[in-house]
Design a protein around this ligand. Structure first.
Ligand code: AMP
Length: 277
């Protein structure tokens, strides 16, 4: 596996590759990231992963400075997972001058996490656009764990005519059901034990709707209240149409419930797809 830090060297390394599948990450990798590398492995001759903590997508007062960096270990994990090339630029490489041009995210980014993380999705669309231009993949793999991000990226690729197939990989979970995340490491022992409540709460909501309950508003409010009662600070629990990410119409069947909530200083997100009867 090659570890490359500059766009120029990357272009040299990838010039003769017929097909490239790309997995963008912010590092501090876990099995969820590696599952995306495995999917990428099936899709192209050459698998490229990027490791870059993108300052542009952190909201003011966010955790950019304390976000865990562990490139050596990330490289060991990526190599074992079958990655061919790691692209790990520093900030000056990706942002040699102030990034004045930002890619405006679609309307679907102005809700859910977009409400609570101002500028976040513009940071994501901008860095992903830059990385797509630098890596030039035919396929890019993103996790369904970040459901709204995946939706935004699909819209970006469609509306800006990137000739890139976007593949969504299922969410990998810890044994108790907590979605794997680089931020889980922030949790204290007590918080870690409690963290599973978020996925459990979404799973209960799924069961209720798949069991025929139709009062979505009451169900999502009750889910938020149950988390608050257990000591969480809730940003949202919301039901959406999977394809549009808009609030579902009465006859919509393919739904997803998304949640974001804080345990102490740690913000966790999760989602589960729902098939309404
Ligand atoms: P991040 O390093 O958090 O920016 O994540 C990089 C990629 O890994 C994104 O496409 C995420 O959606 C994906 N990802 C994060 N957590 C998981 C997980 N538990 N299972 C599958 N994919 C994940």
């Amino acid at each position: 596996m090659d570890l490359i830090h500059t766009a120029e060297k990357l272009a040299g390394r990838l010039g003769k590759e017929a097909t490239i599948a790309f997995v963008p990450t912010m590092g501090n990798l876990h099995a969820g990231h590696l599952s995306l590398v495995k999917i990428a492995r099936e899709k192209a001759r050459c698998v490229v992963a990027s490791v870059f903590v993108n300052r542009l997508q952190f909201e003011p007062g966010g955790d950019f400075d304390r976000y865990p960096r562990s490139l050596d270990n990330d490289c060991r994990m990526l190599e074992a997972a079958g990655c061919d090339v790691v692209f790990a630029p520093d900030e000056r490489e990706l942002y040699p001058e102030p990034q004045e041009i930002l890619v405006t995210p679609p309307k679907s980014a102005e809700q859910l996490c977009g409400t609570f993380r101002p500028g976040h999705f513009a940071g994501v669309t901008t860095v992903v656009t830059k990385l797509f231009h630098i890596v030039r993949p035919q396929v890019a793999v993103f996790g369904m764990k970040d459901y709204q991000q995946l939706h935004v990226i699909r819209t970006l690729v469609r509306q800006l005519n990137f000739a890139i197939e976007i593949v969504g990989g299922p969410t990998l979970r810890e044994a108790d059901g907590l979605a794997m995340s680089s931020r889980n490491g922030y949790l204290s022992k007590e918080e870690r034990a409690q963290a599973v409540q978020l996925s459990q709460c979404l799973a209960r909501l799924k069961k209720a709707i798949e069991g025929g309950q139709k009062d979505h508003e009451a169900l999502t409010r009750a889910a938020e209240e149950s988390l608050r009662g257990a000591g969480w600070k809730v940003d949202y629990v919301a039901l959406r149409n999977r394809a549009t990410l808009a609030p579902p119409l009465p006859d919509d069947k393919e739904l997803v419930v998304l949640g974001a909530a804080w345990l102490g200083r740690t913000r966790l997100i999760d989602n589960i797809e729902i098939a309404a009867p």
